[in-house]
Design a binder for this molecule. Structure first.
Ligand SMILES: N[C@@H](CCC(=O)N[C@@H](CS)C(=O)NCC(=O)O)C(=O)O
Length: 203
C-alpha cells in the first residue's frame, strides 16, 4: 500500500511535496489524498495534532509532519542526494535556502489568514506590512543572489512554489515588485516539468 500525502491543491507547502513526488518518480509509492484544514472531522487532526497539512501517512501508520521533514523523507525514499545534496556544506546551504523560501510561504499565508480568520474586522495594515516586508526582503535577496535553475533542488522548488502561491492568491504582486525574478520563474518552470505538473487549481 502506498504512503498517503494529506494535501490540498492550494497549499504551497503541499505543492512542494507534490512537486518532489513527481520529480523523484515516487508516484507509485506515495499517493496524494485531499485533506481539509477547516473541517474538524477530517482525519488530518488525528494524523497531525496541529491540524496542518501536508502530512505523510506511511504504510505502517506512522505519520511524518511538516513539509521540510516530508521532503527529506521523499529524497531518502528516492535513494538520497537527489533534491537535497548529501555533501555537508551543499546540504546545509540548500536546506537554509529552502528555509528562506518556507519563510516567504509563511508570510504569504499570514497575509491570507489575516483576512480569513478575522472576518469580523478590517485586516490590520501594520500586521500585513510586517509580513509584506519579510517577503520583500527575501525576494530582493533572491533577485540579487539568483538560485541555479538546475539541478532541481528543494531550494529552487521552494522558491518556485512561493512565487506560484502568490500568483494563486494574488496577495503580493511579486511580478511587478521583483520583475527580475520573472525570467527565473519561467526558466525554472520550463526546466522542471514536475513543477507545472503539480499546479494550484487556477494554473
Ligand atoms: N511548517 C509547516 C507549515 C504548514 C502549513 O502552515 N500549512 C497550512 C496550509 S498551507 C495549514 O495547514 N494551515 C492550517 C492551519 O494553520 O490551521 C510545513 O512546512 O508543512
Amino acid at each position: 500500500m502506498p504512503a498517503k500525502l494529506r494535501s490540498s491543491e492550494s497549499s504551497p507547502f503541499a505543492r512542494k511535496c507534490r512537486v518532489a513526488i513527481k520529480h523523484l518518480n515516487l508516484e507509485d509509492k506515495v499517493v496524494v489524498e485531499p485533506a481539509s484544514t477547516q473541517d474538524p472531522n477530517d482525519t488530518l487532526r488525528q494524523q497531525n495534532p496541529l491540524g496542518k497539512l501536508p502530512a505523510l501517512v506511511l504504510e505502517n501508520g506512522n505519520v511524518i509532519i511538516d513539509s521540510r521533514v516530508i521532503v527529506e523523507y521523499l529524497d531518502s525514499l528516492a535513494g538520497g542526494g537527489k533534491i537535497i545534496p548529501l555533501e555537508t556544506e551543499a546540504r546545509f546551504k540548500t536546506l537554509s535556502l529552502a528555509a528562506l523560501c518556507d519563510g516567504v510561504m509563511e508570510a504569504s499565508i499570514l497575509l491570507v489568514y489575516e483576512k480569513r480568520y478575522r472576518p469580523d474586522r478590517e485586516p490590520h495594515e501594520g500586521a500585513l506590512d510586517h509580513q509584506r516586508g519579510k517577503i520583500e526582503h527575501a525576494l530582493n535577496w533572491f533577485q540579487d543572489n539568483p538560485l541555479d535553475i538546475l539541478p532541481t533542488s528543494i531550494a529552487n522548488i521552494g522558491l518556485a512554489c512561493s512565487l506560484g502561491y502568490m500568483d494563486h492568491r494574488k496577495q503580493y504582486d511579486w511580478r511587478s515588485k521583483h520583475a527580475g525574478l520573472v525570467p527565473w520563474f519561467d526558466e525554472f518552470s520550463a526546466a522542471t516539468p514536475a513543477f507545472t505538473a503539480a499546479p494550484h487549481p487556477d494554473e
